[in-house]
Design a protein around this ligand. Structure first.
Ligand code: OAD
Length: 248
């Protein structure tokens, strides 16, 4: 067993009736997908976010933005869920109730078997009409870049949340309700810098809920969690769940 796993967290997991989990790009790092803010390897190290992930950027250069997301989609198709994704899917069979909230747009939680992740920032697997918001799971790649909406001819954009855009209202309401109701909140592989997702663990903490951060760098959080586990999600999560629920 990992010597650094806190006994209090193990007991909180065993006792929890509703575990909320918020994940970020760090959970997919071990699948080989670049995160957003890590120097050298972060996605933003190669491109400026305001040049790529805003509606203004898309208006200015739709082809560049579409191709950047197409590149990310290709990375995701080649990637496989890692032990962190699999452990979180397994947690749904171990704890009475688990709600997984993710900022990731890569779909790896669902591919690992998580039942109904709340994808706060959308999904790379969908496109949306830039003019009228119709959503598509499939589109024609062979012609224009970006492809055109089959209904109105406007360009398609990825169905993800860009800087300056609102998160889907219904999903956000569900996420805040979960942060309010849960009795254990785990933040995993997220820098906790992007609102409103960053507020979710603070909502839980303010209500006296047990919270934990599991991340490669846990220092410098504005609201300190009760438990901080410094390390790779793909190693810590399987160890933590085994310590709480026994070997699989
Ligand atoms: P970040 O790139 O900001 O943070 C990823 C965090 O994961 C960092 O704190 C890393 O130290 C940590 N990390 C890296 N590898 C890890 C591992 N193997 N195990 C555990 N932790 C690890 O990504 P997010 O917090 O997801 O939004 O970024 C939030 C949002 O910012 C994204 O969803 C995106 C971006 O703007 C939109 O695109 C709307």
């Amino acid at each position: 067993m990992h010597s650094e796993l806190p006994q209090g967290l193990i007991e909180a997991l065993r006792a929890a009736r509703h575990v909320a989990v918020l994940t970020g790009a760090g959970v997919s790092a071990e699948s080989g997908l670049p995160t957003f803010r890590e120097a050298q390897t972060g996605l933003w190290a190669r491109y400026k976010p305001e040049e790529l992930a805003t509606p203004q950027a898309f208006r200015r250069n739709p082809r560049l933005v579409w191709e950047w997301y197409a590149w990310r989609r290709k990375l995701v198709v080649m990637a496989e869920p890692n032990p962190a994704h699999r452990a979180l899917a397994e947690l749904e069979r171990l704890a009475p109730r688990v709600t997984l909230i993710t900022q990731n747009v890569d779909g790896l939680h669902a591919r690992a078997g998580s039942a109904d992740p709340i994808e706060l920032h959308g999904s790379l697997s969908r496109a949306r009409c830039f003019a009228e918001c119709a959503i598509y799971d499939e589109w024609e790649e062979a012609g224009d870049i970006p492809p055109r909406c089959p209904r109105c001819g406007a360009p398609l954009r990825p169905d993800v949340v860009w800087f300056g855009e609102n998160l889907p209202r219904e999903l956000l309401a569900r996420a805040f309700a979960v942060a309010t109701e849960c009795d254990l909140f785990l933040s995993i592989g997220t820098s906790g810098l992007v609102e409103p997702a960053a507020s979710l663990p603070r909502v839980a903490l303010a209500r006296g809920t047990t919270t934990a951060v599991i991340n490669l760098d846990v220092a410098g959080r504005s609201a300190p969690p009760l438990f901080e586990l410094n390390g790779r999600a793909g190693e810590l999560l399987p160890a933590l769940f085994e310590a709480a629920f026994g070997p699989r």
